[in-house]
Ligand binder design. Structure first.
Ligand code: FES
Length: 113
């Protein structure tokens, strides 16, 4: 397993532009990510819903979840798990840090134990 110092970080957005509970989309290469500042934390997730690939940047954040804009599946921000009534995989999550006024993400997805 890599230590945090070994990870490759990519600066993606100024911290001040990441508004509370307002999803922010980032394109890196051909991959879409969505960043969400919620309370004291920032999460980075795959940017498209695992159901039919709706862009989660158009979703609504409520009660600690991001709600997909198309069919309203909801995913818990803390771990990406999909809410009841769906059999979808959790959202892939990525490590985030703030440094020098920028939000950085690591493209190595978080793998839960
Ligand atoms: S595309 Fe997200 S719930 Fe269907």
């Amino acid at each position: 397993m890599s230590s945090p110092e070994d990870l490759q970080w990519i600066a993606v957005v100024p911290s001040v532009e990441l508004l509370p509970d307002k999803p922010h989309e980032v394109l890196i290469g051909e991959n879409i990510f969505v960043l969400i500042r919620h309370g004291e934390t920032i999460g980075a997730y795959q940017g498209q819903c695992p159901h039919q690939f709706a862009r989660l940047v158009e979703g609504r954040v409520a009660d600690g979840h991001i709600n997909c804009p198309r069919h309203m599946a909801k995913f818990r921000l803390s771990d990406g798990i999909c809410g009841p009534g769906w059999a979808l995989p959790p959202l892939r999550r990525y490590t985030v840090k703030e440094d020098g006024g920028m939000v950085h993400i690591c493209l190595q997805a978080i793998v839960d134990d």
